[in-house]
Every structure is written in C-alpha cells, then in structure tokens.
Design a protein around this ligand. Structure first.
Ligand SMILES: [Zn+2]
Length: 255
C-alpha cells in the first residue's frame, strides 16, 4: 500500500480532521514565502519590519506601506491552486473539521472553505486596523489612499497608527485565534500538515498539541520539518500534487 492510500484511509477512519497550512501551499499560487531564504524579506532589512520598529519610527512605517502597496495587488489577484481546492473538496465531503493556517492571503476562503472554518493564526491582509481605537478598514480603501500619494495613512476617526491586520515579527499573537487553534488541535483525531516547515512558533506547537492528545499526525511538505519524527506519515512533495491525489482516493473510497 502506498502512502497516498494510507493517508486516504486514515482520513476516512477519522472523525475530526484538522488541516494545518503554511507558506508552502501558497507559493504554488505565486505568493512569495516571506520567511524562507530568497523570500521577499531578503530584499529589504527584516529588522526594519519588526512590530517594535513599526511602532517607534515613521520611517519604518513609510517603508512598511511602500512594501504593502507593492504586495497587495499580488495577493488580491492570486488564485487558489489544486492544493487549496483539494482541501475545500474535503470540506464538501464532510471530512474536514477546520483549517488552521499561517497564511494571510485568504486563499482557503477563496477556494470554498467557509470563513468560520478557517482559523488565521497570523491574521489577514484583507483588513487594516487602527492600533489606537480598533477601527477596521477594508484594504482596498487604504490601498487607494496609498495610490493617490499618501505615504503613511492614519486613522480617519482618531488619527492613530494604522497597520495591516497581519501579525508582524515581534507582535503578539491574536488571542482568540490562538485559543481556537489550540482547542481544535487538542480535540482532533487527525492533524494533517500541508506546506509548512513548522519552524515558526507558536503555530508550530499545534501539531504537537494534537499528537499529545492522541491524534494521528501526517506531514506533507517539500522539505523535512523538525517534527517529522513525531509524525505517523511524512510525504516530501508539493501539496498541489499530493493533496488532489489523496482527496481523489477519499472520494473513490466513499462511493
Ligand atoms: Zn483610530
């Protein structure tokens, strides 16, 4: 029996399947992996982009918005790939409890997984938040202000500092999402990692929480991860190739 067969059987035998995704699934949709060597952060000084520097310096904020202005159209226009669609298909088949993602691009929702079943651990690029009063602005609104020449947009209500609703290096994790992810990880019976190198914490703790609570752990990633030795099955392959094969098998066996 090959690994694809075993994974599809494991999915069929499981009642609560959590899929955990990272940058690897989105690079196949043309979204750069910010944290890998050669990723887009390499082109600027990553220290400039920590949360602390962002708060402390207008120059850092100007660089941040310059970068955001450049990146947003790429993310806005990105399309889900076969890996995303395979996960959405699992949902339609009644075999997906939720997606926990480190990605901020919204591609799981675009592929058809309902908003409420996607836990975004590192936030989302879709919204801009005022750090003073908490007001939320749609990204396109702030983007058009940047396009018309504003360098560092401020909150229209209180004049506070605006920032993308994503989690930057050095910024605290969102409490609600982190708690939700921990709970779902603890109660699932299968935790499937797709396209994450499992090095960014606390996100990388989720598979361990699942495993410690008795779930099976499957990891699909192009490169080895530090958690491979905990996993029941590890597949070194692109998610856009492997996930559709797995879901095809699940479908075939359901019929
Ligand atoms: Zn405000």
């Amino acid at each position: 029996m090959n690994k694809i067969d075993t994974v599809s059987d494991t999915i069929l035998q499981s009642k609560r399947v959590v899929v955990f995704t990272g940058a690897g699934i989105s690079t196949e949709s043309g979204i750069p992996d910010f944290r890998s060597p050669g990723g887009i952060w390499d082109k600027s000084d990553p220290n400039e982009l920590t949360y602390q520097k962002f708060l402390a310096s207008e120059v850092s904020r100007e660089k941040y918005w310059e970068f955001s202005k450049l990146m947003w159209p790429k993310i806005r226009d990105a399309k889900p790939n076969l890996g995303h669609y395979a996960i959405a298909e699992l949902y339609r088949l009644g075999k997906l409890n939720c997606v926990i993602t480190q990605n901020v691009d919204g591609l799981h929702q675009k592929s058809g997984v309902p908003e409420e079943e996607v836990i975004e651990l590192h936030g989302t690029v879709k919204w801009i938040i005022c750090l003073e009063c908490g007001a939320r602005y749609p990204r396109r609104q702030i983007h058009s202000r940047l396009e018309s020449g504003e360098k560092v947009p401020r909150c229209g209500i209180c004049g506070g500092i605006l920032k993308s609703a994503t989690i930057s290096f050095g910024q605290p994790m969102p409490e609600r999402e982190t708690r939700q992810a921990e709970t779902r990880s603890a109660v699932c019976d299968l935790f499937l990692v797709a396209g994450s190198s499992l090095v960014v914490y606390p996100a990388a703790r989720m598979p361990l929480i699942a495993k410690d609570n008795g779930a099976k752990l499957i990891i699909i990633n192009l490169m080895p991860t530090p958690h491979d030795h905990y996993a029941d099955i590890v597949i070194y392959e692109k998610t856009g190739k492997t996930l559709p094969q797995i879901v095809e098998q699940v479908k075939a066996k359901l019929n």
